[in-house]
Design a protein around this ligand. Structure first.
Ligand SMILES: Nc1ncnc2c1ncn2[C@@H]1O[C@H](COP(=O)(O)OP(=O)(O)OP(=O)(O)O)[C@@H](O)[C@H]1O
Ligand SMILES: [Mg+2]
Length: 396
């Protein structure tokens, strides 16, 4: 399945952006223009399916930090929306602050509240206001599932009417985890599995006490952890069970005079690299930050089980510009099986991506605090779904 488009409204510096997505997508722009915000918005989409959405919003400072803090258009509520089209399915989510309905009696119980507005201690938690799942076909769309507040209704496509789903979902829980019935809701299950299959890599910690520099547990690792903490096991898994020739070719491309060695010691899996001019290989704890970062990227890209979408945020942070071209070649290889999302500061890396993958980068800039796509009218704003004829079953 492929992510075809993604709309984000009122998330941090993104007031309203509609992204039309290709097999390879590169977003480039200066510091503070909103690259990581776009990446985070996509990551949030996947947490909706994994049940970690509320926690992820909480970890980034709750709704106070997540909501766009600039001016809102008069017609817009103070809420955030995320919408994806994946093949023939469209999923829309609107969320915002916890509403008054869930206030508890803390004040009467004599508890001191941190916040004044409302009586719930979870004031900064997220509340899902609505969710909709549509099937798109031949230029029209039909509603499959709809949630408003805690009520879920299901569209009966034969009877052409909505009926209530017997269970209610928690205010900060999505229908993806609240409505689990794959036989009854195959499209919801399919989309859930698809979102869970997306993979995100943002930052690999390479400081001296990083787990990347220590021996690792020797377990077969088909999917590297998001922080690269098991990258040696992931590389060893690719060498034993995956596409080792491709990995070795990519290693030669990036480090032509070095050799990678992985061995098993009493302490666990150990990685070493030979270096030209040195009489012994260097251990992981002696390698440069950039070398470790690049090895992590190799482990992510040549994963034994490739994801349907691989999102990488600002990989160039500690990589020398001489590695940008091999990295672009690497991502071009990965794009044969995986949709790529890359955000970067580097116009050089973005240009190499265009050269090897054939898709021009999309430039981002910040205008009056708002993240905009350069060269797209109104920053890629989708007025409404006017490309769809009828909206069967979406009676408010
Ligand atoms: N709630 C918010 N409302 C509006 N703008 C916000 C909000 N939270 C953060 N921002 C803005 O988002 C910007 C940071 O965006 P982001 O981290 O995505 O930038 P970036 O392009 O990744 O930058 P860098 O290249 O430094 O990593 C900040 O400049 C900040 O002004
Ligand atoms: Mg950033």
């Amino acid at each position: 399945m492929a992510l075809k488009d993604f709309q984000i409204k009122h998330y941090r510096s993104v007031k309203d952006i509609w992204l039309k997505l290709n097999p390879v997508n590169v977003f480039v722009g200066p510091n503070g223009c909103g690259k990581s915000n776009l990446y985070r918005a996509l990551y949030l989409m996947s947490t909706i399916a994994s049940g970690q959405f509320a926690r992820s919003i909480g970890e980034e400072g709750g709704m106070d930090s997540s909501l766009w803090c600039g001016a809102y258009s008069k017609k817009d509520p103070i809420s955030m929306t995320l919408s994806v089209k994946v093949d023939e399915l469209q999923y829309d989510l609107e969320c915002g602050y916890v509403s008054g309905d869930y206030r508890t009696g803390y004040a009467e119980m004599g508890r001191v509240l941190v916040h004044g507005a409302g009586n719930t201690i979870f004031r900064n938690d997220v509340e899902i206001k609505s969710e909709k799942l549509f099937r798109l076909k031949n230029g029209s769309r039909s509603m499959l599932l709809k949630r408003k507040g805690m009520e879920v209704s299901v569209r009966d496509v034969v009877e052409k009417q909505n009926s209530d789903y017997s269970m209610r979902v928690a205010p900060n829980e999505s229908i993806f985890t609240g409505v689990r019935d794959p036989l009854k809701f195959p499209e919801l299950s399919m989309l859930r599995l698809e979102l869970l299959n997306w993979r995100f890599y943002h930052h690999f910690r390479t400081d001296k006490s990083s787990p990347l520099r220590r021996p690792q547990i020797a377990v077969r690792t088909d999917i590297m952890a998001h922080d690269g903490s098991d990258f040696v096991s992931a590389l060893a898994t690719i060498i034993e069970y995956g596409d080792a020739p491709k990995l070795f070719k990519a290693l030669k491309d990036a480090f032509p005079e070095s050799e990678l060695q992985i061995g098993l010691s009493n302490a666990g899996l150990k990685l070493r690299m030979t270096m030209p001019g040195l009489q012994r290989p260097l251990d992981a704890h002696e390698l440069s930050d950039g070398t470790l970062q690049y090895l992590c990227l190799l482990a992510a890209i040549f994963s034994k089980t490739p994801p349907s979408l691989l999102a990488i945020n600002e990989p160039e942070t500690s990589i020398h510009p001489s590695l940008y071209e091999p990295l672009a070649r690497l991502l071009a290889t990965a794009s044969e099986t995986t949709q790529i999302w890359l955000t970067t500061h580097s116009t050089d890396l973005a240009n190499y991506m265009e050269e090897y993958c054939g898709y021009p980068p999309q430039e981002l800039k910040k205008v009056k605090g708002e993240t905009k796509l350069v060269g797209v009218g109104l920053g890629g704003y989708r007025d409404d779904d006017d490309d769809y004829d009828s909206e069967e079953g979406d009676d408010e």
